[in-house]
Design a protein around this ligand. Structure first.
Ligand code: TXA
Ligand code: MG
Length: 377
């Protein structure tokens, strides 16, 4: 039974009421019968949420335009933000991609190194991929996820699976099945519980169609990684790309994504000690003003905020920023669960994977960055 009873910000229909089945699967050895059940749902045009190594995806057959439209409705996603198509094997590539020789060569080189893995490549779209997937763009985003459940689901379904992150539009992406259940229970047919996502933030989106391959969304595969394989690459300023009024190359960049309910402010500056001091001061001020205040830090920083009544959450260690990508979205959701109204977050260096962390934090904060080095006049 399906019921439409909502509208998103763009005035488009949203919220599909469905009886959702939750299916637990072992990521190293998924039960073939359960996979077959989920694949049937995909083949029938249904919606299945599944784990990947980045975040959970909300999937439907990429070749079924009606099912693809239902993805947008279930998420409340604006209809001009294209979806990534997931494949389990390079033999499905020719079904979705029709790029020129240069694109094919780049894709092959990068796939050899990073597929399956957290890298989406934007290439020419084969006309067989419905407009609904790419929102009419001549290109399509393609990824082969490094998660056995995801790849088995695609393989047994027999079709590429179009899937955005399995969150309600505007909420932080889900890195656990619990997050998916919070957002999409009652809106999809199946939620597969396959445990935590190891990377925890979305894939790197790399446009391989232009002269210089360009990262449209930073992720665990870094600019340095791309340059090492292709000899060139660029990471255009994503702060600029997310500003209103500029036409972004990746439509998703223009939406305020990854927002928890709490207001988020990032504190940046040369010295992490100064940043922590400032956050502690500002945090105490906010508490005194009656605002329930949290601090987003790492295990190295928690001691700096103890004993003040602040809600302190560590999202990993600065020694390995992949622990921070892993913990970031869960931490943002935890602040909401604790009823925190204001989150003061430590900044991270914008190099390597740090770009992925700062990109998500920046957008969670709606661009609010406070430079602690700047003396107030
Ligand atoms: O890690 C991930 O990529 C996850 C998992 C489920 O694979 N998926 C994901 O999808 O993050 P989504 O829809 O939340 O983000 C896709 C991003 C959006 O910013 C979208 O605008 C961009 O990729 N994108 C998709 N197709 C594109 C295209 N043809 N051209 C430019 N940008 C595109
Ligand atoms: Mg998303």
């Amino acid at each position: 039974m399906t019921r439409i009873d909502g509208k998103n910000g763009a005035g488009e229909e949203t919220l599909i009421k469905k009886d959702t089945v939750i299916i637990k699967l072992d990521r190293d050895d998924p039960d073939p019968e359960k996979i077959a059940y989920c694949a049937e749902v995909i083949k029938r045009g249904g919606l299945v949420c599944f784990p990947t190594e980045t975040v959970y995806g909300l999937g439907a057959s990429a070749f079924d335009p009606e099912a693809v439209k239902n993805i947008f409705k279930a998420k409340g996603r604006p209809s001009d933000n294209p979806l990534i198509v997931h494949i389990d094997d390079l033999d499905k590539l020719s079904l979705v991609m029709s790029g020129d020789g240069r694109q094919a060569e780049r894709l092959e080189l990068l796939a050899e190194r990073y597929w399956p893995g957290p890298l989406t490549m934007i290439a020419g779209r084969d006309p067989a991929v419905p407009d609904a997937v790419s929102c009419g763009l001549p290109t399509v985003g393609i990824r082969m996820p490094d998660n056995l459940i995801a790849r088995e689901l695609i393989r047994v379904s027999g079709v590429p699976i179009a899937a955005p992150s399995a969150n309600l539009s505007g909420k932080p992406s889900p890195s656990t099945a619990g997050h998916v259940i919070q957002d999409l229970f009652g809106r999809v047919d199946v939620i597969i519980d396959g445990g935590d996502c190891s990377v925890g933030v979305e894939s790197t989106v790399l446009d391989i169609t232009g002269d210089v391959p360009a990262i449209l969304r930073p992720g665990a595969v870094t600019l340095e990684n791309v340059i090492e394989v292709l000899g060139k690459g660029e990471l255009p300023d994503w702060k600029k790309a997310s500003k209103e009024g500029e036409k972004p190359r990746s439509p998703g960049m223009k939406y305020t994504h990854y927002s928890p309910d709490a207001e988020v402010r990032i504190y940046d500056g040369g010295d992490i000690g100064d940043v922590r001091k400032k956050i502690a001061e500002e945090g105490v001020k906010a508490l005194k003003a009656g605002v329930k205040t949290g601090v987003l830090t790492t295990k190295e920083g928690t001691h700096a905020y103890e004993g003040r009544g602040l809600t302190v959450i560590s999202c990993g260690t600065r020694e390995d920023l992949l622990t921070v990508t892993h913990g970031l979205y869960g931490a943002l959701r935890d602040f909401d669960a604790e009823g925190v109204e204001l989150v003061l977050a430590e900044a991270f260096p914008q190099t390597g994977v740090g770009n992925a962390v700062m990109n998500r934090l920046y957008r969670a904060a709606g661009g609010c960055v406070i430079d602690v080095d700047k003396r107030e006049a």
